[in-house]
Design a protein around this ligand. Structure first.
Ligand code: HSE
Length: 314
């Protein structure tokens, strides 16, 4: 029998929260991400055959976020169909770059193409959320939504799921630095307060409003003012050695903003051109190295969402 063809999809790294948008705002990067290959099989359900690039840390079975997301997709939209997957991890685990979300996003986009389902983005995001729930216990959508749609996405409602694409200022550059350790999202979520004073909620809500306004105006200075977080950042900063020093150094050097990417420890700083972003990256590297947790970073811009990267692979 002729082997079934593979289809490959790529999903980008994402920066979520962006200061005041905890669990409801995120953006897609361009440079890095995860890749998933998928093909039909006769037996119903999903089988993950291979995971590479994770140093053996991830389960290569139905517990993997890619497989969980595809199982949710099949259950909702293609019961009785069967697919096999291979996952190539381009993103570090527990980094705050939406690593689990990128696997889930690439997997659902690959399977949507293999089965020729043509599902809308919201249905793909919904399925990918099941992968996030498996990864950290919460089906937050602020990584999988931008990983699937690209751009900067706001999630004003989860049930029903609503995705709102926000304008991307063309001069928006990010320095993105991942210190040399991982922080499981579940641990970073466990550190969060369960109750927050109303005055702080009001402040956070007004900043999120300002952030949306800043994106519509394309004013990076206003965006910088908006990327301030007095609820989540103070709870997580103690879990991220070097973060406060790195942020202080970036602010001192004129960063438009600096905050934790998703659950951390990746830290991002915003600049208005590539050269300034590279200077901020060097500052982040120096600060985290001084804290004994040197890692790796890159400069990037907001990019597109998950996509099929090849035709049929035999
Ligand atoms: N919004 C989520 C969090 C993102 O901050 O926990 C996790 O990557």
């Amino acid at each position: 029998m002729r082997a079934r063809p593979w289809i490959e999809a790529f999903a980008p790294a994402t920066v979520s929260n962006l200061g005041p948008g905890f669990d409801c705002l995120g953006l897609a990067l361009r440079a890095r991400g995860d890749t998933v290959r998928a093909r039909r099989r006769d037996e119903p359900g999903v089988a993950l055959l291979r995971v590479v690039g994770d140093g053996g840390a991830l389960p290569c079975d139905e517990r993997n976020t890619a497989a969980v997301a595809v199982a949710a997709l099949l259950a909702a939209h293609a019961p009785g169909e069967g697919v096999e997957l291979e996952l190539d991890k381009g993103l570090p685990l527990g980094s705050g770059l939406g690593s689990s979300g990128a696997s889930a996003a690439a997997a659902v986009v690959a399977v949507d193409a293999v089965l020729e389902l043509g599902l809308p983005a919201a249905a793909l995001v919904q399925a990918a959320r099941a992968g996030e729930a498996a990864a950290c216990g919460a089906d937050h959508a602020d990584n999988v939504a931008p990983a699937i749609t690209g751009g900067i996405v706001l999630l004003p409602s989860l049930d029903p799921l609503r995705l709102v694409s926000l304008p991307v200022p063309p001069s928006l550059w990010l320095a993105v630095y991942t210190p040399g350790y991982s922080l499981p999202t579940a641990k970073a979520r466990a550190a969060l307060p369960t109750a927050v004073p109303l005055s702080r909620v009001v402040q956070q809500a007004s900043r999120l409003g300002l952030l949306v306004h800043a994106l519509h105006c394309g004013e990076l200075a206003l965006l910088g003012e908006a990327i301030t977080d007095d609820i989540v950042e103070p709870a997580r900063a103690p879990l991220i050695p070097g973060y406060l020093e790195a942020k202080a150094a970036c602010c001192e050097a004129g960063a438009i903003a600096c905050s934790i990417s998703g659950a951390g420890p990746t830290t991002f700083a915003i600049a208005s051109d590539r050269g300034r972003a590279e200077a901020l990256l060097a500052i982040l590297d120096e600060a985290f190295a001084a804290a004994g947790v040197a890692g790796d970073g890159f400069v990037d811009q907001v990019g597109g969402g998950a996509r099929v990267t090849t035709g049929l692979l035999h």
